[in-house]
Write a protein that binds this ligand. Structure first.
Ligand SMILES: *Cc1c(COP(=O)(O)O)cnc(C)c1O
Length: 469
């Protein structure tokens, strides 16, 4: 990596009068741009030769980290390999050049692709209908809750405004409920990390006729399979509520079991997670919402046209590539990989809930606490060894959460490499804790002040100039 150039902005590489490209002579000089539309001063643009520009951006791009550059075990995010054939399919000009307002007789292929994907998702989930309008998982949650709200209103059941959410839930669950104008009731997890049925019974008996829905993900955020869903569904349905399934963790269930068969009425799928689209940094995503028969008339209109069509095409290409038989291997392999890492590290990292996990698991920091080395330090030190950090300080059930999700794609050698580095960091934490506490050392930027970076981000060149004044 060329660190010499790193840290320079393209503006700092500028030299007055330097040219990388010469524009053809202006053929439109006879046309005058109206005075009120003209700049008062010249635009402040960098002046660089072409090779400097190419090196600058190539070096910048190499400071990026992605699934294609290294192991990316970010828990809860399902950072699986994105097969390149997906990109080719989504980029076919026959798809890419479509306009949503074209006469529908000219878009029959695209419509067939959507219907085909819907049928596949129905088969994989056990639900009857999907809408593809939502742009992401959280958008799907909101859409699904709107379906539930519309359903209760249609029956004049106006007081159902409470949504039960487990304390281990992803933060988007209570947030979506709040955006939908619903109130959150938190149900506790037991010592085994699963929903505490006693606590749920209490909530149901205290506010049964106010319950709109229960939101759950399975396997839950700790990577544990919630074995009591049929009983939970019976309780919730018994008091008139509906069951919502957060499908972000569908990966380990693929081909093994279906939310629709477990008693869920409404769900979303994160196509970009389970069905492979490069994601992170806010998009692109697609969060189709599925419902059981009889609820499809309550789908709200949450985006124009058909949603994020290119992500849908990638998902379709991915499912077709795997085929009916191989799609069943996704869940078991993801589960095997997660358990392999967990078992290989649990003598040096604290495993608060032992036993078989699904696609991911959570450590509660290092086992040896006396060194003062935190989960944050371990995560930063991993960067020095060329790994993306796992998810840290989530879920909130533990103080030092470190959440690992390897996905099904990783080879045994990759898993072994990660395990040996994690063990090495545990050893360093004992022998030389300062090297871990001050990590990262090999990255272009050292440890940043997270709070300052979040509260006072400096993201514009102008801002930098002003600071120098
Ligand atoms: C990722 C995730 C979400 C949110 O999905 P987005 O597509 O990021 O909006 C919701 N729930 C769980 C459990 C998740 O992992």
């Amino acid at each position: 990596m060329n660190n010499r150039l790193y840290g320079n902005l393209i503006f700092e590489l500028s030299h007055e009068g330097r040219r990388g490209y010469s524009l053809p002579r202006n053929k439109f000089s006879q046309y005058e741009v109206p005075a009120e539309l003209r700049r008062k001063e010249d635009a402040q643009l960098p002046e660089c030769d072409e090779l400097t520009v190419v090196r600058h951006y190539t070096n910048l791009s190499q400071n990026n980290f992605g699934v294609d550059s290294g192991f990316y075990p970010l828990g809860s995010c399902t950072m699986k390999y994105n097969p390149k054939i997906n990109e080719e399919m989504a980029a076919l000009p026959e798809f890419q050049n479509l306009h949503p307002l074209q006469p529908s007789t000219t878009t029959e292929g695209a419509q067939a692709a959507i219907v085909m994907l819907e049928k596949m998702l129905c088969a994989l989930t056990g639900l009857a209908h999907f809408t593809f309008k939502p742009y992401a998982g959280a958008h799907g949650e909101l859409t699904g809750l709107m379906v539930i709200d519309n359903y209760h209103r249609s029956r004049q059941d106006m007081q159902r405004k409470k949504v039960i959410v487990p304390d281990s839930a992803h933060g988007t669950n209570p947030a979506s409920a709040a955006v939908c104008g619903l109130e959150i009731l938190e149900v506790k997890s037991g010592a085994d990390g699963l929903v505490d049925l006693e606590d749920l019974r209490r909530l149901c008996s205290e506010c049964g006729d106010c319950i709109a829905a229960m939101m759950m993900t399975n396997p839950n955020t700790l990577g544990l399979f919630e074995r009591q869903i049929p009983e939970i569904a019976k309780l919730i349905h018994g008091c008139g509520g509906l069951m919502y399934y957060d499908g972000a963790n569908l990966n380990p269930m693929l081909g093994a079991c279906r939310p629709g068969d477990m008693g869920f009425d409404v769900m979303h799928i994160n196509l970009h997670k389970t069905f492979s689209t490069p994601h992170g940094g806010g998009g692109p995503g697609s969060g189709p919402v599925g419902v059981r028969e009889g609820l499809q008339q309550f789908f709200p209109k949450v985006s124009p046209y058909h949603g994020n069509f290119a992500v849908m095409l990638r998902a379709l290409a991915y499912i077709l590539t795997l085929g009916r038989d191989h799609v069943k291997e996704v869940g078991p392999l993801a589960t095997l990989n997660a358990n392999y890492i967990k078992e290989s590290l649990k003598d040096v990292y604290e495993l608060p809930i032992d036993g078989l996990c699904c696609h991911e698991f959570v450590f509660d920091g290092l086992k040896e606490k006396s060194t003062g080395v935190t989960t944050m330090d371990v995560a930063k030190r991993l960067l020095d060894y060329g790994y993306h950090a796992p998810t840290i300080y989530f879920p909130l059930l533990f103080h030092e959460s470190l959440m690992v999700e390897p996905t099904e794609n990783e080879s045994l050698e990759t898993l072994d490499g990660f395990i040996s580095v994690m063990r090495r960091i545990a050893e360093e934490a004992k022998m030389d804790p300062d090297v871990v506490k001050s990590a990262p050392h090999n990255t272009p930027i050292g440890r940043v002040d997270d709070v300052l970076a979040a509260k006072h981000p400096i993201v514009t060149y102008k801002q930098l100039l002003n600071d120098k004044d």
